[in-house]
Design a protein around this ligand. Structure first.
Ligand code: FAD
Length: 443
């Protein structure tokens, strides 16, 4: 059944029941509204005539009580545990593993994992809220939290067998174990189908060889989910995901990257050197052999909501700092916020942030509803990543010379934001995904 919303008293938008949208304008709208007067405005069967332009909107994105509570918990935690130390971590590229154990105690390391597996059992709305709130303060911590929750933990939750979930999720969700997820290789980033890491079948398991690079928590993780080749090159059914535990003698950490931003989020190579992995650790069991690429693409659909939330959080952090500074900083005898050039920048920032919030929540809604959301998550990721960079750049401009120093937070937002346009699919790849969806008729 489609859902119906009255939007701005001008037209009715129905969505999500069939993935299509229906508009009713003018007199038809008035007749329809009168007919509906006093009736429940949802779950009404209506015609499914597709229109050339389909919109997907959910008008009820007001934060629920859980989101408000989580936002407060994250703000308090970030003020106490992250803000005072984040520049030191940033300077020294220190990955504060202990911090993530504490975040696990708060339920932030398995936010949407059901309680039966030790998680917090929330929806993607609460997950988005948590990532946004943490990233408003520090993008590095937001990125690590996102990679742990939606990549490694998410892959085992969505695609693992019951035994794998029971074995790995409780410790991951509690933050006792830190997760990593490896798809990217030195020669295959966007073009993951050409991956060269291999797993060869042997008695009782598989032997993995090759190098994954750019892996978040590549050194410090306790559990790695890696997607490697088990079939022919370019065969989408020729890849399989494996769970590899730290301590396995064939699992080695390689070079740690020295990055522009996100410096407290560890990024490193993961090397498989004759790494034996038992059959029991093929994600999804026997049925998971050859399913690694499909699983990874689904995980990236959800991961893109994480990066959208990360970009959004960074954008909001930069915007709030810029608003405060623009009101305080005096030039020509008045606050610089009084100058239209600055006020308009702030107006643009606010507009972009609200649009980004709606797109991200729309994708989260579809994820919660278990509806297709490849298009929507790519749109949310693409848009919020780009505005994150634009807003943090403008924030530096508003701060003038002070924005160019490490005495104020905006230079860090600026450096951190750039990752959002690259990780989990670059902006160009998001446009590729969106355009493919359009060509499939999902316009
Ligand atoms: C901080 C950080 C953390 C990361 N964490 C992880 C992780 O935990 N796990 C993991 O697996 N990976 C991780 N990555 C890797 C990340 O997902 C890749 O960097 C990303 O997918 C891009 O791949 P690439 O760097 O090889 O760039 P390339 O694929 O080489 O792209 C280079 C440029 O070419 C463009 N391009 C490529 N193909 C096309 C095309 N068909 N059309 C148009 N333009 C194209 C790209 O948009 C880009 O601008 C991380 C990266 C960073 C920087």
């Amino acid at each position: 059944m489609p859902t119906i919303y009255i939007f701005d008293n001008q037209f009715i938008v129905s969505i999500f029941g069939c993935g299509k949208c229906h508009h009713i304008f003018g007199d038809n709208f008035l007749n329809f509204r009168n007919a509906l007067a006093g009736k429940k405005l949802y779950s009404l069967p209506i015609s499914k005539t597709p229109l050339p332009n389909q919109y997907t909107l959910n008008m009820n994105f007001a934060p629920n009580d859980n989101q408000k509570m989580i936002a407060q918990v994250c703000r308090d935690f970030a003020d106490k545990e992250i803000r005072p130390k984040m520049m030191e971590w940033d300077e020294s590229q220190h990955f504060p593993k202990d911090l993530f154990h504490k975040m696990g105690d708060l339920g932030l390391m398995g936010i949407y994992i059901p309680q039966e597996y030790g998680g917090s059992g929330f929806s993607y709305f609460e997950y988005v809220t948590a990532i946004v709130e943490i990233s408003k303060v520090c993008g590095s911590i937001g990125l690590s939290m996102a990679a742990h929750n939606s990549l490694c933990t998410g892959h085992i939750y969505y695609h693992g067998t019951k035994e794998q979930k029971e074995k790995y999720l409780p410790k991951l969700a509690a933050g006792q174990h830190i997760g990593a997820w490896g798809l990217t290789e030195p020669n295959t980033g966007s073009d993951a189908m050409r991956m060269k890491c291999t797993a060869k079948k042997v008695d009782g398991g598989w032997v993995l060889n090759g190098t994954k690079c750019w892996i978040t928590h590549g050194i410090s993780s306790d559990v790695v989910v890696a997607i490697v080749r088990t079939g022919e090159l370019l065969d989408s059914k020729g890849m399989t995901a494996f769970i590899i535990e730290r301590g396995n003698p064939g699992l080695k950490a390689g070079k740690k990257e020295n990055k522009l931003g996100m410096r407290a989020s560890e990024t490193a190579e993961v090397i498989f050197d004759e790494c034996f992995v038992p059959d029991a650790n093929v994600v999804g069991g026997e049925a998971g052999v050859g399913r690694g690429f499909q699983q990874a693409m689904q995980i990236l659909d959800g991961g893109r909501i994480s990066i959208a939330s990360l970009g959004l959080g960074i954008a909001v952090g930069a915007y709030e700092a810029a608003v405060k500074y623009a009101k305080e900083r005096q030039q020509f005898g008045q606050p610089i916020a009084n100058f239209q050039a600055i006020g308009f920048k702030l107006a643009d920032m606010a507009t972009k942030i609200e649009a980004g919030e709606l797109l991200t929540m729309q994708a989260a809604y579809l994820k919660n509803e278990k509806k297709p959301m490849t298009r929507e998550s790519a749109i949310a990721k693409y848009y919020t990543s780009e505005i994150s960079v634009q807003i943090s750049t403008d924030a530096i401009q508003i701060f003038g010379g002070y924005g160019y120093t490490k005495d104020f937070p905006v230079e860090k937002f600026y450096r951190d934001s750039k990752l959002c346009t690259i990780g989990e699919g670059t902006s160009e790849i998001q446009k590729l995904v969106i355009s493919r969806e359009i060509m499939k008729g999902n316009i």
